[in-house]
Ligand binder design. Structure first.
Ligand code: ADP
Length: 374
């Protein structure tokens, strides 16, 4: 029987599940937020994912529900589970990607290495943490942040006063030590409902203005020790929180060889786009296999290096469509992925993957091909 997979959210992650779903013989249905979203090709419904009856109507004809984002409220998720719907990842796991304070507390219980952290309710508590941590810290709003929004470096308790003012009674902000990281890494792992897992090699992610700009896979210069530690952290978290589908663990590497967990994403993730063209099994296919409870695919890289460069903003003066021909003509080795989104400053509208055995060449080509679209 054909397995029907329902994806809540119609962004580019849902869009990039379409091709592998077709290949795997799965039927993909998407609940999109609006008309004309990235995944409109598979959008069978348009509506508000926060409204239980809208979501109930959407899931009536699917066998398993998964997500393009982590914003579906816990009460909606729990009602679906109570209705007997297969939800992957389930609400118990997803809560750790929805609230950074809840995540920090759980990672502490699991004994996973992470920055020093604390919940803070007012500027005095924040000031005390800053004083204990060398005069600086990072404050985060626990819920709803993305691409660096909701993250602020602070030097005094007063620097987050506006966020304290906006807090609801009883809520807290998250404060973390300002980690002197040398680079950022990401570890991805897929997990099936029965517990089978498949880890990808750890990758380096390069952020610009809080947004992922490039990914180098595998992380250059990664020792086997680093690779093993990152994979072990990924496995420990995936197991410990019972995630199903793809898990991305964002990591900091420090100059004293520590690996600390920054945050978690429970869906395909920008740090894993390289795998579409660079690994035996791409992350979108792997996510579908995991949530449909099919055996997982090999995660081995196809070539020594894969570099992913995001297309940010897009051309100011027109559509991406005009840019394909010159990009393809000059860079036939580049794999171009676009999201069907209108160009807008700072928006991720596509990415380019290039693979090869010379890292400098691969980086250069990926950047040059992506530059055609900006
Ligand atoms: P978002 O949810 O918006 O992606 P993150 O928690 O990943 O927010 O933080 C965004 C960026 O801010 C990180 O990629 C990192 O560059 C920086 N950052 C976050 N936490 C810390 C920290 N504790 N120390 C130093 N830099 C940090």
């Amino acid at each position: 029987m054909t397995v029907r997979v329902g994806v809540i959210g119609g962004g580019q992650l849902a869009r990039m599940m379409i091709a592998p779903a077709v290949e795997l013989g799965l039927e993909l249905r998407v609940l999109a937020e609006d008309e004309g979203m990235s995944a409109q090709l598979a959008a069978t419904a348009v509506g508000d994912y926060r409204d239980l009856e809208t979501v109930r109507a959407f899931v009536r004809d699917v066998d398993v529900v998964t997500f393009d984002h982590e914003h579906v409220p816990q009460d909606v998720l729990r009602a679906l589970v109570a209705d007997g719907v297969q939800v992957h990842p389930g609400p118990d796991a997803l809560q750790y990607a929805q609230d950074k304070l809840v995540m920090r507390a759980r990672l502490s219980e699991l004994g996973v290495p992470q920055p020093d952290w604390a919940p803070v309710r007012d500027r005095e508590e924040l000031q005390a943490f800053i004083d204990d941590h060398g005069g600086g810290a990072v404050v985060k709003t626990p819920r709803g942040g993305y691409d660096g929004k909701g993250v602020r470096i602070v030097r005094s308790g007063a620097d987050a006063q506006d966020w304290f003012d906006a807090l609801a009674e009883g809520d807290a902000l998250l404060v973390e030590e300002l980690v002197p990281f040398t680079r950022e890494l990401a570890q991805q792992i897929a997990r099936r409902p029965g517990g089978e897992m498949a880890a990808y090699p750890v990758v380096e992610t390069v952020q610009r203005d809080g947004v992922c700009a490039e990914v180098l896979a595998p992380a250059p210069g990664a020792t086997s020790r680093l690779t093993q530690i990152a994979e072990q952290i990924g496995r420990q978290i995936a197991e410990g929180i019972g995630v199903t589908g793809m898990l991305a663990v964002e990591l900091f590497e420090t100059d004293d060889e520590r690996i600390l967990v920054n945050e978690l994403a429970m869906r395909p993730h920008n740090s894993g786009h390289w795998s579409q063209d660079g690994a035996v099994t791409g992350q979108f296919e792997q996510h579908l296999r995991a949530v449909a409870d099919l055996p997982l695919g090999r995660t081995t890289p196809r070539e020594e290096w894969t570099v992913m460069v995001n297309i940010l903003s897009g051309p100011a003066d027109g559509s991406l469509a005009d840019r394909f021909e010159p990009a393809m003509a000059q860079h036939p080795e580049a794999k171009i992925h676009t999201y069907g989104k209108a160009p807008r400053p700072g928006r991720k509208v596509g990415h380019v993957n290039v693979t090869g055995d010379d890292l400098d060449d691969v980086v250069y080509t990926a950047r040059a091909a992506a530059a055609h679209f900006s």
